[in-house]
Design a protein around this ligand. Structure first.
Ligand code: SF4
Ligand code: SF4
Length: 199
């Protein structure tokens, strides 16, 4: 029992942590990029001025090479940092998308995740799912439902929907709330008028 709770906890947080790491890596890479854009012209100007002076000044010639070495070293460090940061961003973003697509807990199965965050992720998932449609109406995750004009407003579908995705409007045509519907199909089976259709 305890092991299963730990598993659920790890599954709930895996993608959220991956998203956080990806975000931190992206912000870090962006700040490095901005910093480099500000610093590079200054360093280049310094070397150009040293080169100019070195033509006539032996002392300046002595400090030019160390400055060139320092700049080269700094370039290599920056390059390595970009590579590592980019790799972390790529891997963590990949983990997040895989988790979101295949491993994210079902609604109500979250463990240790704040309710507001759960709602946001469930909503994001619903929008993701319903932003597309399955022309063959075969992929459950991509099926949307809508209620036809023949609806008599009996409310049976609203009563049967465990997700609260159909608001009860006695006597009026009902409507499916796409953001909440999980495409379970229960409403279709209870409608006496066959007024709920897959899209
Ligand atoms: S398909 Fe399921 S979740 Fe969607 S409205 Fe019908 S009963 Fe509710
Ligand atoms: S069960 Fe069918 S007829 Fe009744 S409210 Fe729902 S869609 Fe309309």
């Amino acid at each position: 029992m305890k092991t299963s709770r730990w598993k659920s906890l790890a599954r709930s947080w895996a993608g959220i942590l991956a998203a956080l790491i990806a975000l931190i890596a992206a912000v870090w890479l962006l700040s490095m990029h901005i910093h480099t854009r500000r610093i590079l012209p200054v360093e280049k100007a310094l070397v150009d001025s040293l080169k100019e002076k070195a033509k006539t000044d032996v002392e300046v010639q002595k400090i030019l090479q160390p400055e060139l070495d320092r700049q080269h070293e700094s370039f290599v460090k920056r390059q390595n940092a970009y590579d590592r940061g980019g790799l972390v961003l790529l891997i963590s973003a990949g983990i997040f998308f895989a988790w979101f697509r295949w491993l994210r807990p079902e609604r109500g199965a979250w463990v240790g995740v704040p309710a507001g965050m759960q709602r946001y992720l469930d909503k994001l998932s619903a929008e993701h799912t319903h932003g597309r449609c399955c022309p063959a109406a075969q992929c459950k995750a991509l099926i949307r439902y809508h209620i036809l004009d023949s609806c008599i407003g009996c409310g049976l579908c609203a009563d049967a929907c465990a997700e609260g995705a159909i608001e009860a409007r006695p006597g009026e045509q009902h409507e499916v709330i796409d953001g909440l519907c999980t495409s379970c199909g229960t409403c279709v089976t209870v409608c006496p008028e066959d007024a709920i259709e897959e899209a």
